[in-house]
Ligand binder design. Structure first.
Ligand code: CP
Ligand code: NVA
Length: 302
């Protein structure tokens, strides 16, 4: 069976280090492998995307391959035919499948029946490529450190769950400031707490979350597929907005990250997003370098 990335816990800590190292060497131009030369990649999107779509398509091109953008209108995954049959057929044509969709089980089923690597480009549960790229950004911006203190403020969503997945494998001090009703996934949180080298704090006090943090991180309060809950979530999460008053409580050298797209004025203010501590657009650039490293790593395992 080929190696896939359905979530970060499909990797070992050593493999994460290997992917970050590949990313660093590809970004600097030290290496430019072409593991996709002469191959196509199916990029399936059942949700919208700017960064994931464009960084994958550009990255596939850089790796010598050809990207195919496939929407749910055509493929109708699991409705026109089973996910397993779609996996069996797609693997006869392409060298890798990338998918962004709602259900994590669909990504896992695609990976189970595919004979080529499958990469999760976001589900309702997790967003692994995002957090691997973000971890790269943290190391790049702050230098190597035994354990970073990351304060995540806002909705306990797919992005939060992926930070927790990362914390289950590498030492992290993850301080999640959120409302009780918006907490991240229980079993993913328990798994992260099982790593004795990490420390996980869940608090409904935003000030407690950000004390001495190296990184302040946020994401939209209502994710794709939940926009009908936007007003309700905004009411519950408004105390967790990243603004200059909250940033002042973090480590003075802290950086601010946001996976984007942002709803400026809600989860983050303009002055913080555009301010000197923001590394948000470097973070967005790194999506390109990490996608290339992830695909190269998986294709090298086959
Ligand atoms: N951060 C991220 O995945 O952005 P898109 O939804 O635009 O792909
Ligand atoms: N939590 C957000 C992330 C977008 C990249 C969403 O799922 O919409």
């Amino acid at each position: 069976m080929p190696r896939s990335l359905c979530q970060i816990t499909d990797l070992t800590a050593g493999e994460i280090k290997e992917i970050l190292d590949l990313c660093r060497r590809m970004k600097s131009g030290e290496i430019s492998p072409k593991p996709l030369a002469g191959r196509s990649v199916a990029c399936i999107f059942t949700k919208p995307s700017l960064r994931t779509r464009v960084s994958f398509e550009t990255g596939i091109n850089d790796l010598g391959g050809h990207a195919m953008y496939i929407t749910d209108n055509e493929i109708q995954l699991g409705r026109r035919e089973s996910v397993a049959d779609a996996a069996r057929v797609l693997s006869r044509y392409v060298g890798l499948i990338m998918i962004r969709t709602f259900a994590q089980t669909d990504v896992e089923e695609l990976a189970r029946y595919s004979s080529v690597p499958v990469v999760n480009g976001l589900t309702d549960l997790v967003h692994p490529c995002q957090i691997l790229g973000d971890y790269f950004t943290v190391t790049e911006q702050l230098g190597e450190k035994e354990r970073y203190r990351i304060a995540y403020l806002g909705d306990g969503n797919n992005v939060t769950n992926s930070w927790l997945n990362l914390a289950s494998l590498v030492p992290l001090e993850l301080r999640i400031g959120t409302a009780q009703e918006c907490a991240p996934d229980d079993s993913i949180t328990d798994r992260a707490r099982g790593n004795p080298d990490s420390e996980i704090l869940l608090t409904d006090d935003p000030k407690e979350a950000v004390v001495d943090a190296d990184v302040l991180y946020t994401d939209v309060w209502a994710s794709m597929g939940q926009k009908d809950l936007a007003a309700e979530k905004a009411e519950k999460l408004k105390r967790f907005q990243i603004n200059s008053a909250l940033l002042a409580r973090a480590n003075p050298k802290a950086i601010v990250l946001h996976c984007l797209p942002a709803e400026r004025g809600k989860e983050i203010t303009d002055d913080v997003m555009d301010g000197p501590q923001s590394a948000i657009f470097d973070q967005a650039e790194n999506r390109l370098h990490i996608q290339k490293a992830i695909m190269t790593f998986l294709l090298n395992q086959a």
